[in-house]
Design a protein around this ligand. Structure first.
Ligand code: ATP
Ligand code: MG
Length: 465
């Protein structure tokens, strides 16, 4: 006999089950509705893409690309490599050799399960020539992302994001200073949209933080200044921050280490080192947010983990999430499309962590009730089954949730089951009801029972919907 094997979901992945999936659906439907009112259309990019697409856009020195990405050779390409090896060496490669070959493959021969979707949206914008459409192009997406992180509350290896991007090709010879006001209004509307979505869901404890991280002009100078200042206090920093002085000094600002907080507080602030254009845009973003009634706090230490961000960056936290409390991160990324081979294009977008959004709603008691049924059809006697089926068909066509037992049940058992399923009504159909056309309807909440015609029953249910 074959050995019995118990399968389990892979570490960091999980099954989403009813009734929780009802909440997921409500969240996603609300996103579609709200984003629709702002003129966004949905894009569904593929789940896997060339590894290079992410390496180039997110940046090779980021955590996401350097250690979290599920990147692998396409098994069919490995088949080719296998065959070539056989031809060349006149012998088959062993598993070890194959693994070595696979490990040596350059990024250009690898594919990756997407760790985020902004890069995909930009690729699609270029691939489908969307710069020729009326600008800006406003897109939203939702779906699973993959990152190899240590699983914990609010952190999974397969997680879900709901995000949106606004892309706008820059016409040739445009003076960048001229459009600062327009860009700021676009930034503010994007933020306003996320906040409207969260408000519609009733998300609690929502806090928006904003910052400007400068652009190609002023940020490199600030980063150098920061590096120089950090080098002066190097011995007082932990190993992570010490390493980041070289690789990515901005990330030191993100440190949560208690011992480093005092040191970080005395570092130079980017707001004091923005170039004129960045400073003007940042001021205008704040004015625009005020005009839209969006409350925010400024956080000069807010830097984003992905390389492509510039100027406006923001993060939103919500109630009940512990240390993993960021539900949304976003920012402006002018130049990313160009970096990926497209025309000069401006971009701004955000990604919401849907898993964390759901957790926060549940913590606040906004998880919603179990699915339940409107009607449980308790039918008795072989001849009543046809009537029961016809009744169920009509009720379902009217949009009601109906449970129809596949075989007849004794009265007591049927009512017990109706109760367990949380049904509002039990429709009791026996020989008598079929003969007279008068149905027995039991209201499960109070146990009351009345007789009525099919039409009267439907009418009553419609009113109650
Ligand atoms: P964190 O600092 O929490 O790792 P991040 O900066 O890596 O977040 P982004 O790349 O900005 O996150 O992604 C946007 C949002 O996606 C985050 O604010 C978070 O809500 C969610 N998110 C990111 N990684 C995960 C994960 N592994 N599991 C669940 N949600 C995640
Ligand atoms: Mg992360």
């Amino acid at each position: 006999m074959a050995e019995k094997k118990k399968f389990q979901a892979i570490k960091g992945t999980r099954d989403l089950l009813p009734p929780e999936t009802e909440l997921w659906n409500r969240v996603e439907q609300t996103a579609r509705k709200v984003f629709g009112t702002f003129g966004y259309g949905e894009i569904r990019p593929p789940i896997f893409e060339p590894t290079e697409l992410f390496a180039r856009s997110i940046g090779v020195d980021t955590d996401v690309v350097s250690k979290e990405m599920y990147s692998f050779p396409d098994p069919f390409d490995l088949g080719d490599i296998y065959a070539q090896y056989q031809l060349r060496e006149s012998t088959t490669p062993g598993a070890g050799q194959l693994a070595t070959i696979a490990g040596l493959l350059p990024d250009s021969q690898l594919i990756a399960a997407r760790p985020e979707a902004t890069a995909s949206v930009c690729r699609a914008y270029i691939e489908h020539g969307m710069h020729a459409l009326p600008q800006p192009v406003k897109l939203y997406y939702m779906g699973p992302m993959f990152r190899r992180e240590r699983p914990q509350k609010g952190r999974y290896r397969q997680f879900y994001q709901i995000g949106a991007e606004v892309l706008e090709m820059v016409p040739p010879n445009q003076d960048p200073a001229k459009n600062i006001g327009k860009d700021a209004a676009v930034d503010a509307e994007v933020i306003e949209m996320v906040m409207a979505f969260f408000a519609r869901l009733g998300l609690e404890g929502v806090k928006l933080e904003i910052n400007s991280i400068g652009d190609r002009d002023c940020r490199p100078k600030y980063v150098e200044l920061l590096r120089a200042e950090l080098l002066k206090v190097k011995d007082k920093l932990g190993p992570d921050s010490q390493r980041r002085i070289e690789t990515n000094p901005l990330r030191v600002l993100d440190s949560k280490l208690e011992s480093e907080q005092g040191i970080i507080a005395r570092l130079p602030k980017i707001a004091d080192h923005l170039c004129a254009n960045c400073a003007a845009q940042y001021t205008e973003v704040k004015r625009q947010l005020n005009m839209r009634g969006v409350a925010y706090a400024e956080n000069w230490r807010l830097v984003r983990g992905l390389d492509y961000y510039m100027r406006t960056t923001f993060e939103i936290t919500a109630l009940g999430l512990g240390s993993q409390n960021a539900v949304c991160g976003g920012g402006r990324y002018d130049g990313l499309v160009e970096l990926l081979g497209g025309p000069p294009t401006k971009g701004i977008g955000f990604a919401i962590g849907e898993d964390r959004l759901i957790l926060s709603l549940q913590e606040a008691g906004k998880g919603g009730a179990a699915q339940g049924r409107d009607v449980f059809v308790a039918w008795m006697g072989e001849k009543t089954q046809a009537t029961a089926i016809a009744a169920a068909q009509k009720l379902r066509a009217a949009g009601l949730r109906v449970e129809l037992p596949p075989v007849e049940q004794k009265f007591g058992k049927a009512l017990g089951q109706a109760d367990k399923l949380g049904a509002r009504y039990a429709l009791i159909l026996g020989d008598d009801e079929v003969a007279t056309g008068q149905w027995t309807v039991k209201t499960l909440a109070d146990g009351s029972q009345t007789k009525m015609s099919e039409a009267e029953f439907l009418e009553m249910l419609r009113k109650g919907l």
